[in-house]
Design a binder for this molecule. Structure first.
Ligand code: BGC
Length: 428
């Protein structure tokens, strides 16, 4: 197998602050750890020390030839108490942005990636309409303090995953199980996204910049009926997709709030994204409420089906809502022994390269092994290994493969033989 990536297509990596920075912060995930909810007992505070090792990591990214870096700011660091901006944290993020630019790595800043400061969490976080102003204050701080160093922004990472994991399944903080709360959180996040979209554009415009790019990182899955001939399976696949992703995408992208979402803020219809941000991992096989995995399918270490065609299927769904350049803002896999990461990467990039859609960027998840939320550190998604004791970084085979893909503008037969040919997924 061999293929070339499209001309002008840029490639890099993605991370999130809570998952790699480490250090004690007063945030909901540190609290969730203290309350004993992390499966392997990992403490996010003893993470990968990226807060300290940002220079070393940036050098490593440059050495790997990465062209893009997506990362998030930690709200609890920037605004540790309501109304109080920590200028030292601002300065630290500014230095990171400056070094990235110096190295020719284009930053994409995520404003919210699942973690909330405790002062916000204790007020009821995104479940309460009156709290959206606190998120908008954060957006203002980000735009004013970093606007000269960064043109590209993600307002919110995976609002549907945040809303459902935290308020429907109750696995993430604050551990609620309520359909009504889940819908309220989705509505409020859509409101936040649209207002943030407008604010980022207007603040940077006042600063004299016309190149602002704002979007959301949408988590989409393929929802397939287990048995295509079974009406209930087909209906439940459509319904799950609608409630988990389709309705919310429409609200965030176009300001149209389909049932059951309500446009309480009376926001006008519009076009609220400059790019299509897609986080894609897997396909779910549906036979009722809840999701399953197709029998006999290739899987990763978290038992997620590997279904590379889905990256294009999901991008097409978003493109049909509003055609914009497509940025794969996350794609990657949990492969603890590095047995199939090259294959996963290769097969997903191959789908992108033969698609008729305007894919223009790809951010692999993740730059390095990290704190995988409620799973803890055991689940490894990194191109770079981090030693749990010494925190020493080592580029994995898949990291070397990715560097070669970037350098050669695709995958050659030799590269395929060297990195991919012998790799196999689990099949269950
Ligand atoms: C999230 C990441 C997470 C990854 C793998 C995405 O849903 O944005 O934070 O680590 O998937 O589970």
């Amino acid at each position: 197998m061999h293929f070339s990536i499209p001309n002008g297509f840029l490639m890099g990596v993605s991370t999130a602050s809570m998952q790699i920075e480490g250090g004690e912060v007063n945030a909901n995930w540190n609290d969730w750890y203290r309350r004993g909810f992390i499966k392997d007992g990992t403490n996010p505070a003893t993470g990968n020390d990226h807060w300290e090792k940002w220079q070393e990591d940036t050098e490593l990214m440059a050495q790997m030839g990465l062209q893009l870096y997506r990362f998030s700011v930690e709200w609890a660091r920037l605004i540790p108490e309501e109304g109080k901006v920590d200028e030292a944290a601002v300065a630290r993020y500014r230095r990171e942005l400056e070094l990235l630019r110096e190295k020719g790595i284009r930053p994409l800043l995520t404003i919210h990636h699942f973690s909330n400061p405790m002062w916000f969490e204790e007020k009821g976080a995104f479940e309460k309409r009156e709290n959206v102003m606190h998120y908008l204050d954060l957006v203002e701080v980000v735009a004013n303090r970093f606007g000269d160093l960064c043109s590209d922004y993600i307002t919110i990472n995976e609002p549907n995953v945040y809303a459902t994991s935290s308020y429907f399944f109750g696995q993430w903080p604050p551990g609620k199980k309520s359909f009504g709360s889940t819908i309220a959180v989705m509505e409020n996040l859509a409101y936040c996204h649209i207002r943030a979209y407008e604010m980022l554009h207007s603040i940077r415009k006042e600063m004299g910049y016309e190149d602002t790019m704002v979007g959301c990182a949408n988590h989409l899955r393929v929802f397939a009926p287990k048995n295509g001939k079974n009406l209930w399976h087909r209906v439940s696949a459509k319904l799950t997709s609608y409630l988990f992703q389709d309705a919310l995408t429409e609200a965030m992208t176009l300001g149209k709030f389909p049932f059951p979402l309500r446009n309480w803020g009376k926001l006008p219809k519009g076009e609220y994204t400059d790019f299509i941000g897609l986080n894609y991992y897997t396909r779910s096989t549906v036979s009722g409420i809840g999701d399953g995995v197709r029998e006999g399918s290739p899987r990763n270490d978290l038992d997620w089906e590997v279904y590379p065609e889905g990256i294009v299927e999901c991008a097409r769904q978003l493109y049909e809502v509003l055609p914009r350049p497509i940025w794969v803002t996350e794609n990657g896999t949990c492969d603890n022994l590095d047995h199939f990461r090259c294959r996963y990467l290769c097969e997903h990039l191959a789908q992108i390269s033969k698609s008729d859609l305007p894919f223009t960027r790809y951010y692999h998840w993740c730059f390095c092994d990290n704190f995988e939320w409620v799973e803890g550190n055991w689940a490894k998604f990194g191109l770079v290994r981090v030693d749990p004791e010494t925190k020493e970084r080592t580029i994995k085979t898949a990291g070397h493969f990715y560097s070669d893909v970037i350098k050669n503008g695709g995958v050659t037969e030799e590269m395929y033989e060297k990195f991919v040919a012998k790799q196999v997924y689990h099949v269950r």
